[in-house]
Design a protein around this ligand. Sequence first.
Ligand SMILES: Cc1ncc(COP(=O)(O)O)c(C=O)c1O
Ligand SMILES: [Zn+2]
Length: 387
Amino acid sequence: MNITHLECAACGLRHEAQRLLNLCRECGKPLLVRYDLERAGRSLKKESLAGRRPDLWRYREVLPVADDANIVSLGEGWTPLLKTERLGERLGLQNLFIKDESQNPTQSFKARGMATAVSMAKELGANKLAVPSAGNAAGALAAYAARAGLECFIFMPRDTPRANVVECEQTGAHVTLLDGLITDCGAEVARRKDAEGWFDVSTLKEPYRVEGKKTLGYELAEQSDWSLPDVIIYPTGGGTGLIGMWKAFDEMEQLGWIGSQRPRMVSVQAAGCAPIVRALAEGKRFADEFPNATTVASGLRVPRAIGDFMILDAIRDSGGTAIAVTDEELLAAVAETGALEGVFCAPEGAACLPALRKLIADKAVTPAERVVLFNTGAGVKYLESFS
Ligand SMILES: Cc1ncc(COP(=O)(O)O)c(C=O)c1O
Ligand SMILES: [Zn+2]
């Protein structure tokens, strides 16, 4: 294994790897995994990838887990990057793509993070896992915990889409529905975890979910012949995918695979819950909690994110932006993308389309630029939103 240590994303403090850790012991911010990339690069080469397994473990040297026997997999990652000609034509863009994450196990990109987090939890000896979730992370944890033979405890808002509740129940999880938001569910896990012996796998409160999510960045590069797009549009709740891609780009540069050029990172949020959009507009490094959060895009109903500063840093460093779209706009985009391209997006993923329209109207995207929209989940899990 090529991990050297864990490093606090805020204060830089070094922490030992191969221990069950949550946040930085000094400042309480997220820990990131650091690798000996020179060592990793000896066997991980662009040319060596061609015959490797068609899932995210193809990037094995830059992923955690010391013993291969601890890898818990359901075939996550290596999803298609679809060229969307008809949608592109409608928008006047020549190079528009959708990274279709609905094709993951449990039908969302949350499978990536849970594959690596559950594998590590298993390796480091946790046997009860707990998570607060807006829905899709719960479904993914339930499946991977079952696959690993571990117990899991899930806390979701009572009004989470029914598919998420049912999938957790049918894959053996203990499910608790609370009156409140994901932040209230997180507080409940934090309050009970020590007494119950749970390991908290809240996103960015343990170091390994972001490692699975970062493979989105490796895949984008590999699927585009090792060049990155000009613009990435990403529906942002906790922001783990965006933070992970940003980390992957730096790692790939250190591996000598790409140059210093970066895509412009665009965060999309729902108008009813847009803490990052607001913080960016106000020039803040940390985002205030967004009051009275509401949106049908349940994965975007995250009023406060522990990785807020990492999202905002990536947006600013990349010359990107953050855009809010209404529920009406994002729901209309589900049907539009479905009818034009055959991809039945989750409302969160569909939100990228109205955000792109705003960028085009502002002349912030030009016709030949390569733009990637992230469809992070499957519309079929949100049937109650399409009555
Ligand atoms: C379908 C979907 N898209 C996007 C998000 C937001 O993801 P992130 O927390 O990585 O910002 C979620 C989170 O629940 C989700 O379920
Ligand atoms: Zn710290």
